[in-house]
Design a protein around this ligand. Structure first.
Ligand code: NAP
Ligand code: HSE
Length: 440
């Protein structure tokens, strides 16, 4: 069974999405049941970074809307209109929809959800928040069993990239923003990023899911990073903080004075001084992270690339796949499958490489005789086993023995173990106190 995908947009996210769909090997087998049927763009002459049949491309978006062969429509063109209307038309036409458009979902999500419910189709938007980080589905499902109390996020890649570089280089705002645009992180109009509007869209979406209610987008207090200066970044660091654009959604505790148990929440986006030992303080560059706090789970942080072609496309395709799984289950009885996303029944064993063939760096602590020529002899043993050293440090003397700590360059485990055997047999070596593998 093959499901047909119509793409509205072939820019940063659309291109990444097409690349994954056109190269399904070694990915989830469900991707092999998906086919790009038509792609809507503004300009037919623009060079494209994906190899699609020319007949696939059209600037007649209505033709995609009304194409009865399309099962899933993917809106990655951005902006409020015509994106919103196209999503609603697709729903009315019985198509499932996947979108990355947080501006539309945060403002018209309720209208869209009601239309989808009426039409019996799904509208998924994992890519709308946190780029490649799965956050919407975990909030709805795995974390949804908790009573969620706070969702705190660094959820705009562009501003985090700017603030991180201001901190590490002390650079100016404008040229760093231009880099973020060139890297495909920023919105078509980067005002949405810099003034906090994009993060406000996203926290409105997260709050609605986390706290189970409609959110009015205009209720999100929003302050951007334009007024944050290099001097502020510097002073904050001196005081033990980093400046981050945080988006915060928090359930207020019941008011004990008035006995008011009314479920109210806080919803805000603003630059914030974050203590250096806070989990969000080390989220740098284009990375995003969402710290979810709830009962009884405690704190969970989801972290990853928050923007850009590949990460955002990963989230888009995961939604397409979720819909494809549902369509498989709705297929005629003779073809019906159990939910392919819940099945872990594999047919083949994977071949695991023998440990001795793997390459790693090693840390080695040993006690050697404290006498001339020992280091030269050790060097000979290492050389005989193609083992080159990254560092060697003497860590002290103990009677007539010297402690050495050695870190090697990458070497095959088998060769390293042979070197260890040779060291154990050497008259210069008293003992090998410790051997550990070094990451990276
Ligand atoms: P983009 O690079 O500007 O691409 C937009 C695409 O849509 C282009 O292919 C453009 O056609 C097409 N398009 C726009 N308006 C059109 C119209 N009126 N008619 C026909 N085609 C039209 O945008 P993007 O960065 O991929 O972002 C797309 C969406 O994903 C936005 O909602 C954005 O907020 C969201 N998003 C982006 C990222 C990211 O990292 N970039 C991350 C998460 C979510 P042409 O190619 O012919 O110009
Ligand atoms: N412009 C957005 C950002 C794209 O910088 O985070 C991802 O939603």
């Amino acid at each position: 069974m093959v499901f047909k995908v119509g793409l509205l947009g072939l820019g940063t996210v659309g291109t990444g999405t097409a690349k994954i769909l056109l190269d399904a090997t070694q990915r989830h087998p469900l991707l092999q049941t998906l086919e790009i049927h038509r792609v809507g763009v503004r300009s037919l002459d623009k060079p494209r970074a994906v190899d699609l049949p020319e007949t696939c491309l059209t600037n007649d978006l209505e033709a995609i809307e009304t194409d009865p062969d399309i099962d899933i429509e993917v809106e990655v063109m951005g902006g409020l209109e015509p994106a919103r209307s196209l999503i609603l038309e697709a729903i009315e036409d019985g198509k499932h929809v996947v979108t990355a458009n947080k501006a539309v979902i945060s403002r018209y999500g309720n209208e869209i959800a009601e239309a989808a419910k009426k039409a019996g189709v799904y509208v998924l938007y994992e890519a709308a928040v946190g780029g490649g980080i799965p956050i919407i589905q975990p909030l709805q499902q795995a974390l949804g069993v908790n009573r969620l109390e706070t969702v705190t996020g660094i959820i705009n890649g562009t501003t985090n990239y700017i603030l991180t570089r201001m901190q590490s280089e002390g650079g100016d705002f404008e040229p760093i923003l231009a880099d973020a645009q060139a890297l495909g992180y920023a919105e078509a109009d980067p005002t949405a990023d810099v003034d906090g509007l994009d993060a406000a869209d996203k926290i409105a979406i997260l709050a609605s899911i986390a706290f189970g209610g409609k959110i009015r987008r205009e209720d999100v207090f929003t302050e951007g990073i334009r007024h944050v200066s290099a001097a502020d970044v510097d002073y904050a660091e001196t005081l033990g903080f980093v400046i981050k654009l945080l988006a915060i959604a928090k359930r207020n505790p019941p008011n004990s004075d008035t006995n008011d148990t009314n479920d109210t929440i806080q919803l805000r986006v603003h630059p914030t001084l974050v203590p250096l030992d806070h989990p969000l303080a080390n989220v740098n560059g284009v990375n995003n992270a969402v710290l979810v706090e709830g009962d009884p789970i405690g704190q969970v942080m989801l972290y990853g690339p928050g923007a850009g072609e590949g990460p955002t496309a990963s989230a888009i395709v995961s939604d397409i796949m979720t819909i494809a799984a549902t369509l498989h289950m709705e297929s005629p009885a003779e073809e019906k499958l159990p939910n392919p996303l819940l099945s872990n029944a594999y047919s083949d064993y994977k071949t695991i490489s023998p440990m001795e063939q793997l390459e790693s760096r090693f840390y080695l602590r040993l006690m050697v005789k404290d006498q001339p020529g020992v280091i030269g002899h050790l060097g000979e043993i290492f050389g005989n086993h193609n083992l080159s050293l990254e560092s060697i440090v003497q860590i002290g003397l103990q009677e007539n023995l010297a402690g050495l700590v050695i870190v090697t360059h990458e070497v095959k485990e088998g060769e390293f173990q042979k070197a260890i055997s040779a060291l154990k047999e050497s008259a210069d070596v008293d003992s090998i106190a410790s051997v550990l593998r070094v990451l990276g």
